[in-house]
Design a protein around this ligand. Structure first.
Ligand SMILES: Cc1cc2nc3c(=O)[nH]c(=O)nc-3n(C[C@H](O)[C@H](O)[C@H](O)COP(=O)(O)OP(=O)(O)OC[C@H]3O[C@@H](n4cnc5c(N)ncnc54)[C@H](O)[C@@H]3O)c2cc1C
Length: 268
């Protein structure tokens, strides 16, 4: 196997080298993420984490999330290191509760890794049946073109797809929205959605990604995850275009959407 160079005069030289490795891709098809590689970049972000603010704001797309996932995923920063950093950020008189949520999320990563290790088959196979009233064959095997190209009829969804493809990152809540849209609104197999995410995420990880997709789909949980426009407007605005006129398919109460998305009823 050809050994790749590890040092470059500057970032442009690195980008040009990587582009040259895939000559069939046109420059229009390739976006360069702002995320910087390497231990120093990871440590800089680690120094900026705010686990207390995280606890109050993590569900908001503009919340105090860490952006550490690519570094954790590729072994540049360890989970233990992040946990210890968070513990140091806790107030002396209340060392656990204010940072609990942040440490719990780190634990989710560890949990998915352990599930993967013990059940490698669960990464691409349905762990359980869908609880959506539909059978696996009712779902499409392939991702529709309008999702691939960010041209669905929902502006917020298009925004998430474009962010995923151009930055290699999505906030956790945006991942949940987009995964739910793919599986439940468009009735596409979670595996096709998981492939799409893994192709673009800089933190793309079979355990965290695919098992989260199975959780959204309901093949690894007791009910499907879905959302409505009101929820999106609360947590995603102003990071995503959330006007009702531009997102009609997402509008309605949870009962109305459940009747539309799962007409045969949700089982558990
Ligand atoms: C459909 C879907 C696909 C996902 N795919 C991936 C993936 O490929 N790779 C990946 O690392 N994570 C994945 N996640 C989990 C989570 O969305 C990301 O880890 C998180 O958004 C990364 O951003 P951050 O570093 O700013 O996270 P923060 O919110 O700042 O969290 C800090 C760290 O905790 C861990 N973490 C946080 N939330 C979760 C979670 N729900 N599950 C597992 N670990 C978590 C991550 O290592 C993260 O870097 C996925 C979630 C969903 C719903």
């Amino acid at each position: 196997m050809e050994t790749q160079p590890k040092t470059f005069t500057d970032r442009d030289a690195l980008i040009n080298h990587v582009r040259a490795l895939s000559p069939s891709l046109s420059p229009d098809d390739v976006s360069v993420s702002d995320t910087r590689g390497g231990r120093q970049a990871g440590q800089n972000l680690l120094g900026k984490i705010d686990p207390i603010a995280y606890g109050h704001s993590r569900n908001y797309l503009g919340g105090a999330v860490s952006y550490l996932s690519p570094y954790i995923r590729h072994g540049i920063i360890s989970l233990n290191e992040v946990r210890n950093f968070a513990l140091e950020a806790a107030p002396e008189d209340e060392p656990i509760r204010p940072i609990e949520k942040f440490v719990q999320e780190l634990a989710w990563r560890d949990f998915w890794q352990r599930v993967y290790q013990q059940n490698p088959d669960w990464i691409w196979q349905d762990v359980e049946t869908y609880k959506t009233g539909f059978a696996p064959d009712d779902y499409s095997d392939t991702l529709p073109d309008d999702i691939e190209t960010a041209q669905t009829d929902c502006a917020a969804i298009n925004h998430f797809i474009t962010s995923l493809k151009t930055t290699g990152y999505l906030h956790n809540h945006a991942r949940m929205y987009l995964a739910a849209y793919i599986v439940h609104w468009r009735r596409v197999k979670w595996q096709a959605g998981a492939h799409f995410f893994l192709a673009h995420l800089l933190d793309g990880d079979p355990a965290s990604n695919n098992l989260s997709f199975q959780w959204v789909a309901s093949t690894f949980s007791n009910k499907p995850y879905f959302f409505n426009l009101e929820n999106l407007q609360k947590f995603a605005h102003p990071q995503a275009p959330c006007a009702e006129a531009d997102n009609l398919a997402l509008a309605g109460s949870y009962d109305q959407l459940a009747a539309r998305l799962f007409p045969y009823g949700v089982s558990s």
